[in-house]
Design a protein. Structure first.
Lengths: 133, 121
């Protein structure tokens, strides 16, 4: 097995493991947010949670496979490790960005849901009887 | 609150334009518009001082809470799904004086603004 193949295999195993770990964290901790957003409707929260995680997997694994190609030859194991580090670092940044984007979506959904039942922003100036017509 | 009634001035072009815009907005609370000083307005709110409603926008909840001028505009924002957050921002103590000033200025000059913008009939 030459250095390139070893680097590719290491790259794939590290990034796929990282993606699974981040998706798992998102799935486990995002559920509580979603249950709150959907007013305790757990089946709906689980469904939305699952759909979000599927999207997360698709985008990340898609990026991982697109970014696999190195484009140059590796002469020494040192170069192999450097190339691996750059690739894994980029994938980590993309994962981080995706993760914060998901958090942003969760918090926005939650804020929207709490807004729905929020009281008026100001007190009335007066009261008047209303005749229903 | 399930509905907010707005008493608006139908002779002002700007108000008619705003009314058209409001009709298209997604709402959290239903908005109902009644032209000021009409039979319908007097019948629905028999004890209200209807002369005052000509000066600025008046909003009245179905429980009879009256919001006048800048407060009425904040209540309109509060009824709209997209702008509820803005109603809180503009009603915050730091911004409320500015909100009052701007809204009063626009209301007082609504005929001039309508004319300048080519909205008057």
């Amino acid at each position: 097995m030459n250095i390139e193949i070893a680097t590719y295999l290491l790259y794939l195993s590290i990034t796929i493991a990282l993606t699974i770990w981040v998706a798992h964290t998102l799935h486990k901790n995002g559920r509580i947010f979603l249950v709150d957003v959907f007013h305790g409707n757990e089946p709906l929260a689980d469904s939305v949670n699952h759909l979000l995680v599927v999207g997360f997997y698709l985008i990340n694994l898609g990026y991982v496979s697109l970014a696999l190609k190195l484009g140059y030859n590796l002469a020494t194991p040192k170069e192999g490790i450097e190339a691996l580090s750059v690739k894994v670092g980029t994938v980590l940044l993309v994962l981080g960005g995706m993760h914060f984007f998901n958090l942003f979506i969760f918090s926005r959904m939650r804020r929207r849901a709490t807004m729905r039942n929020a009281p008026p922003p100001v007190y009335p100036d007066a009261f008047t009887p209303v005749e229903e017509v | 609150m399930s509905r907010l009634t707005l008493l608006y001035d139908p002779s002002c072009g700007l108000c008619r334009r705003v009314q058209g815009w409001l009709a298209e907005q997604p709402k959290l609370v239903e908005l109902r518009m009644i032209p000021i000083k009409t039979k319908a307005a007097r019948k629905r709110f028999p004890k209200l001082n209807h002369e005052l409603t000509a000066e600025d926008l008046t909003a009245i909840s179905d429980q009879g809470a009256v919001y006048f001028g800048p407060k009425a505009w904040l209540m309109v924002l509060w009824c709209l799904s997209r702008y509820r957050e803005w109603s809180y921002r503009l009603a915050a103590p730091e911004l409320l004086p500015t909100t009052r000033r701007v809204v009063s200025l626009v209301s007082q000059h609504r005929y001039q603004i309508s004319h300048a913008a080519g909205l008057s009939r």
